[in-house]
Design a protein around this ligand. Structure first.
Ligand code: ATP
Ligand code: MG
Ligand code: FE
Length: 341
């Protein structure tokens, strides 16, 4: 079974071909970083137009890389949300058109499920259920991953996402966009103990994350003029690591048995974060799984793979399936929080 995956939910346009046994046959990606750099962030209208221009050539290139035609594809998987609605529409409508034209089944993939299942594409021995720290540009969550479409959210951020905090810190430090990798690079030359910064919610009984206070503290440190850029970056990164490790340790202590500790999403590309989580997993005698860096940030291989997992579980979608700008993996937990619980 061959799955074509399409991704267009943010500022990466991507197409990939993956087999049901986890071989990546082709993956193509066009990033819009240059397009959005002058604005210091993603501009939705510009993103949607860029997706339109980039997607079809990427699909053709991926098929050519794999020496295949659309007829060789068995399943079409496209991101249907969450994300910027204009971009999501581009990929989903293209997926629907291809599925209709070629008479193939369509799987509408939740972008977060793409991130969540990507570790199983990276490591085919990884079994359900695993504890996942999903850290990306828009999300920071701890999830018990029980199977395709089957998630228990144990924690989420009450304000900013971890990647958002990296991006805002990069902006405050004048490092540029996108911020995560630039902060990591600056931090490598700095002292993580130089700047006293808060660790919001660390040690508390509640399970959640918070990064807004950390961001404000970084702003004050920058404005004070007392600290070197590298030292602020290193101290910020250390504060994030301490928060992620503390909250994940809490979840490991409380939750029922899991097969592994897993990290995914764009922020999982950060090496010091990976190292700290690997140590935490070892403390709990658990295997640690983190996808290769390119599979952590947005890509279409993870969408094709989530499509493969859902298809294998009998989860296919009607061509009327809508694009969903908001789409939680665990709707019950989302609802409970919305009600103030
Ligand atoms: P979401 O997946 O929540 O919808 P998204 O798709 O925009 O959001 P991803 O592409 O998964 O997010 O991740 C991008 C985020 O990851 C950005 O915030 C970026 O700064 C961050 N990031 C990427 N590389 C690193 C790194 N090396 N260190 C820290 N953060 C990083
Ligand atoms: Mg991106
Ligand atoms: Fe993402």
């Amino acid at each position: 079974t061959i799955i074509l995956g399409l991704e267009s939910s943010c500022d990466e346009t991507a197409a990939a071909l993956v087999s049901a046994d986890g071989q990546i046959l082709a993956h193509r990606l066009a990033t819009q970083e240059e397009v959005h750099r002058p604005y210091g962030g993603v501009v939705p209208e510009i993103a949607a137009r860029a997706h339109v221009e980039a997607l079809s050539p990427l699909i053709e290139a991926a098929l050519a890389d794999a020496k295949m035609s659309l007829n060789d594809v068995d399943v079409i998987a496209a991101t249907a949300g969450p994300g910027l609605i204009g971009g999501v529409m581009v990929g989903l409508v293209t997926g629907k058109a291809l599925a209709h034209a070629a008479g193939k089944p369509l799987v509408a993939v939740n972008h977060l499920e793409g991130h969540a299942l990507s570790p199983r594409l990276a490591d085919r021995t990884l079994q359900f259920p695993y504890l996942l720290l999903l850290v990306s540009g828009g999300h920071c969550q701890l999830l018990k991953v029980k199977g395709p479409g089957d998630y228990a959210r144990l924690a989420t951020t009450i304000d900013d996402a971890a990647g958002e905090a990296f991006d805002k810190t990069a902006k405050l430090l004048g490092l540029g966009y996108p911020g995560g990798p630039l902060v990591e690079k600056a931090a490598a030359g700095g002292n993580p103990n130089a700047v006293p910064l808060p660790r919001p919610l660390v040690g508390t009984a509640e399970p959640h994350f918070s990064f807004a206070g950390l961001k404000s503290a970084v702003m004050r440190a920058v404005q004070s003029g007392h600290y070197a850029t590298e030292d602020i970056a290193a101290s910020f990164q250390q504060a994030v690591i301490d928060c992620l490790v503390d909250r994940t340790r809490r979840a490991l202590g409380g939750s029922a048995s899991v097969t592994a500790l897993v990290v995914a999403g764009g922020v999982a590309a950060n090496q010091p974060i990976r190292t700290a989580l690997e140590r935490l997993a070892a403390d709990h005698d658990l295997p640690f799984v983190a996808p290769p860096l390119w599979l952590c940030t947005d890509n279409a291989a993870m969408i094709a793979w989530a499509g493969a997992e859902r298809y294998a579980a009998g989860l296919v979608d009607d061509l009327s399936v809508p694009a969903r700008p908001r789409w939680p993996l665990d709707p019950a937990a989302e609802k409970a929080r919305g009600a103030g619980v």
